[in-house]
Design a protein around this ligand. Structure first.
Ligand code: BEZ
Ligand code: FE
Length: 315
C-alpha cells in the first residue's frame, strides 16, 4: 500500500468517520429509513463532538440504557418514560397529531394503559375500591366538528388511585382498578363516576429517576384522567383532562399539559339530579368536558391508535 494511503487511513479525523458512516447509510433502499438514519447519524455525531464526550460518559449512557431495558416488562416501560421526560413524546405528538380546528387535542399515552378494562353503563364507577378519595362525576358529550352528537363512541378511561399509584404499581398488580370503558348515548352524552385524581410522581426508582435527580428535576405529574375516545368514522383521540387547581400544571414532568385540556373540577355541597340518580351524596366534585372528534380522513392515524381503536371495538 502506498505510504500516502496508509497515512490517510491512520490519520482519519472524527469528521472523516462521520462522513464514512453517512456514506455507508447513503444506499439504504427505503427513502424514509435513509432520511432517518442519515439525520440520526449526523445529529448524534454532532452531539458527541459538541460536548466532547468522554469514553467514561459514553459507557455511563450505555449502562443507563441497559438498566432501562432490564426494567421493562408488561407493567413497566422505562423507554417510554425516557421519551416522556426528555419531551420527545410531546414533540412527536405535536408533529404527528395535527388536528383540524376545534378537535380535542391529544397528549401522551403514558405507560399505564391496560387492555381488558371492564365495559360499564353510564354512571359506572371506575373507583369502586377507592374509599378515601373525594367522589367525582365526569360528564360531557362526544361531538363531531359541527357540534353534532356522536352516539356509541367508546370512552376508554383510566387514572391513578388516591394513593398516587396505578393499579399495576400497587399491592395486587394483576387486578384492574380505576379503569373502564363506556359508550356515549344517543345524544352523545357520557357519565363516569370516579374519585378526584391526585398529582403523583412518575416511577423514579430506575434510570429515569436518577436522571431527574441528577438534573434537579422533580418527577410530578399534575392531577389528570386519561382517555382514549374512538368512534366509527372518526379519528380516535388519546388525551387527558387536567385539574385546573393543580400546582404542577406549569411543570409537568412529561410536558403534556395543553391549555384546552385543563378543566374546572367544581365542588358540590348539595345534591344534583345526576348525583341523586346514582345515589351519590354530597360533597362531591363534577367536571364537564366535551370530546370533539375529527372525521377519519383528516388526520393520519398512528399504528398505536389504530390498534387501540380496534381492540376497543372488539372488546
Ligand atoms: C401517566 O400519566 O400515566 C404517565 C405519562 C407519562 C409518564 C409516566 C406516567
Ligand atoms: Fe397518568
Amino acid at each position: 500500500m502506498p505510504d500516502d494511503q496508509r497515512d490517510r487511513r491512520r490519520n482519519k479525523s472524527e469528521d472523516d468517520i462521520t462522513a464514512e458512516v453517512l456514506a455507508r447509510f447513503a444506499e439504504t433502499p427505503d427513502p424514509r429509513l435513509r432520511q432517518i438514519m442519515l439525520s440520526l447519524v449526523g445529529h448524534l455525531h454532532a452531539f458527541v463532538k459538541e460536548v466532547q464526550l468522554t469514553e467514561a460518559e459514553w459507557f455511563q449512557a450505555i449502562e443507563m440504557l441497559t438498566a432501562a431495558g432490564k426494567l421493562c416488562s408488561d407493567k413497566r416501560q422505562e423507554f417510554i418514560l425516557f421519551s416522556d421526560t426528555l419531551g420527545v413524546s410531546m414533540v412527536v405528538d405535536l408533529l404527528d397529531h395535527r388536528k383540524p380546528e376545534g378537535a380535542t387535542e391529544s397528549t401522551v399515552f403514558g405507560p399505564f394503559h391496560r387492555l381488558g378494562a371492564p365495559e360499564m353503563p353510564a354512571g359506572g364507577n371506575i373507583a369502586h375500591r377507592d374509599t378515601t378519595g373525594m367522589p367525582m362525576l365526569v360528564s360531557g358529550r362526544v361531538l363531531d366538528l359541527d357540534g353534532r352528537p356522536i352516539a356509541g363512541a367508546l370512552i376508554d378511561v383510566w387514572q391513578a388511585q388516591t394513593n398516587g399509584l396505578y393499579d399495576s404499581q400497587d399491592a395486587h398488580p394483576d387486578e384492574l382498578h380505576m379503569r373502564g370503558k363506556l359508550r356515549s348515548d344517543a345524544a352523545g352524552r357520557y357519565l363516569i363516576r370516579t374519585v378526584r385524581p391526585v398529582h403523583y410522581p412518575i416511577p423514579s426508582d430506575g434510570p429515569v429517576g436518577r436522571m431527574l435527580k441528577a438534573t434537579g428535576r422533580h418527577p410530578w405529574r399534575p392531577a389528570h384522567i386519561h382517555f382514549v375516545v374512538s368512534a366509527e368514522g372518526y379519528e380516535p383521540v388519546t388525551t387527558h383532562i387536567f385539574d385546573r387547581a393543580d400546582s404542577y400544571l406549569a411543570s409537568d414532568a412529561v410536558f403534556a399539559v395543553k391549555e384546552s385540556l385543563i378543566c374546572d373540577f367544581v365542588r358540590h355541597d348539595s345534591p344534583t339530579p345526576e348525583a341523586s340518580r346514582l345515589g351519590l351524596a354530597p360533597p362531591f366534585l363534577a367536571a364537564e368536558f366535551d370530546f370533539r372528534l375529527a372525521p377519519a380522513t383528516t388526520v393520519p392515524v398512528t399504528d398505536a391508535q389504530r390498534q387501540l381503536a380496534a381492540l376497543g371495538a372488539h372488546a
